[in-house]
Design a binder for this molecule. Structure first.
Ligand SMILES: Cc1cc2nc3c(=O)[nH]c(=O)nc-3n(C[C@H](O)[C@H](O)[C@H](O)COP(=O)(O)O)c2cc1C
Length: 163
């Protein structure tokens, strides 16, 4: 039996990132915590994404993304990009691009510019395994931690077998 998974999974350490995606002229960004380094050489990151997200359509079509590291003071940004169905979700923020053309959040601590190498199924998510093709350090600061966001993502009600 899996007991109280929503509380137990909060012991797993994650950062909080804004993932920028682009396909042609269309761009979007969403908050993600399930991001990890999976290779040294080449440098690769894995991102777990719900395929129901609008961002997944763009990621799948464009095959490029950025991982933007949020700082301790950027709780509000995590909340903003964690919402779906916003019209003009990208406006009000400064964006730049590097090699892939995927949007980089200028106020993030650091970014990883990535090309999707392949996908793996993972239950109700897809894992995008991505090759890092460029990086940048933009601001000093300590990264925001997923454990500090409480139930911002509403995940408490997404677990089953919680008895
Ligand atoms: C703190 C936090 C962490 C999140 N982590 C993930 C994640 O790792 N993977 C994911 O697919 N969605 C994650 N989400 C949910 C998405 O950010 C959210 O569903 C968003 O609205 C998707 O954007 P879109 O609909 O514009 O594509 C997270 C949300 C928050 C607030």
């Amino acid at each position: 039996m899996i007991e109280n998974p929503s509380a137990l999974c909060r012991y797993l350490s994650h950062g909080v990132y804004v993932i920028g995606v682009a396909a042609g002229e269309r761009r979007n960004a969403f908050t993600a915590a399930w991001v990890m380094q999976v290779s040294f050489n080449p440098l690769m990151l894995a991102i777990s994404i719900n395929p129901a997200h609008y961002s997944y359509q763009l990621l799948h079509r464009g095959a490029v993304c950025t991982v933007n590291v949020l700082g301790q003071h950027q709780y509000g940004i995590a909340e903003h990009f964690g919402r779906s169905g916003l019209t003009d979700k990208m406006s009000g923020f400064n964006w730049r691009t590097d090699r892939t053309g995927a949007p980089i959040l200028s106020e993030s601590l650091a970014y990883f510019d990535c090309q999707v190498a392949h996908y793996t199924d993972a239950g109700d998510h897809k894992i995008a395994v991505c090759k890092v093709v460029a990086t940048g350090r933009l601001h000093e600061g300590m990264p925001l931690l997923y454990s500090q966001t409480g139930n911002m993502d509403g995940s408490d009600k997404l677990y089953r077998g919680d008895t």
